[in-house]
Design a protein around this ligand. Structure first.
Ligand code: IPD
Ligand code: CA
Ligand code: CA
Length: 256
């Protein structure tokens, strides 16, 4: 079985744990700043790692809640066991499991699974799908008609690099902005054409790995804030249908 097929099975198993947890009592702990973690982040990560290690023992796993390994092999699984923890902890129904698969440093496949809606967004190196249906990014080519999404960094109180300036400019330029609280799901929504674009900074590779390949394979574009092709070394991303990408970069770079 190919890794991407196995990733879908793993995401479903982890998603079932999250769905059950969502309707149960949660033990909520504070990490740094505004960041929360629950026992379900850990339980989801445990099952994901266990399943991958059993099936692909030579692969490397980089996962949010675990110390990262120093041995980076050819095949690397980049895992966010619960993207949107603050939503999950508050009973706001927007969160997912995100699993990217990288080959020698490039993300080649990924799944973003929303367990509440049972929506499996995924891509291999050729195309992107929601379930069995091919995904295509939107046709919107004018920023003033675009529905965009973003998020704010957990250190917003401590740092001046807080995305508020970009948010203000995009709010005036675009049709609307959503801040729903799961970067991976936001990216999947760009791939599905539900959103026309997304930008965010100070993210981790597990927030973006799977979503970025799904956007690219749906015909969209993912770059850094300076316009280079997005890679796992970047902590920020601009993702779009391609047609409004230049306009988004111009706003981000202050050209407005
Ligand atoms: C967070 C979400 C959120 C984004 C944060 C991420 P987490 O991931 O993706 O939308 O704004 O920057 O860290 O902590 O829920 O896995
Ligand atoms: Ca995350
Ligand atoms: Ca997480």
């Amino acid at each position: 079985m190919e890794r991407i097929e196995f990733a879908k099975i793993v995401a479903r198993a982890a998603g079932a744990i999250l769905k059950e947890g969502y309707y149960s009592v949660k033990k909520i702990k504070h990490k740094a700043g505004k960041e929360l973690v629950t026992q379900y982040d850990i339980a989801s990560e445990d099952i994901i790692k266990e399943m991958i290690m059993l099936r692909f023992p030579k692969d490397t796993i980089i996962a949010e809640e675990t110390e990262s390994t120093s041995r980076i092999g050819e095949h690397v699984w980049i895992v966010d066991p619960l993207d949107g923890t603050n939503n999950f902890a508050h009973g706001f129904p927007f969160f997912c499991v995100s699993i990217g698969i990288a080959n020698r440093g490039t993300v080649v496949a990924g799944v973003v699974y929303d367990p509440l809606r049972d929506e499996m967004f995924w891509a291999d190196k050729n195309s992107a799908y929601l379930g069995n249906v091919r995904l295509h990014t939107s046709e919107t080519d004018d920023i003033s008609s675009a529905l965009l999404a973003t998020g704010f960094p957990y250190d917003i109180q401590a740092s001046e690099e807080d995305n508020l300036n970009h948010f203000a400019h995009f709010s005036k330029a675009a049709l609307g902005i959503r801040r729903a609280g799961s970067a991976a799901l936001d990216l999947a929504y760009v791939a599905a054409g539900r959103l026309d674009g997304f930008w965010e900074l100070k993210l981790k590779m597990w927030d973006m790995a799977a979503g970025s390949v799904i956007v690219e394979m749906a015909g969209g574009q993912t770059t850094t804030f300076t316009g280079e092709k997005w890679s796992i070394t970047s902590d920020r991303i601009v993702a779009s249908n391609g047609k409004i990408h230049k306009a988004m970069l111009k706003i981000i770079q202050g050209g407005l």
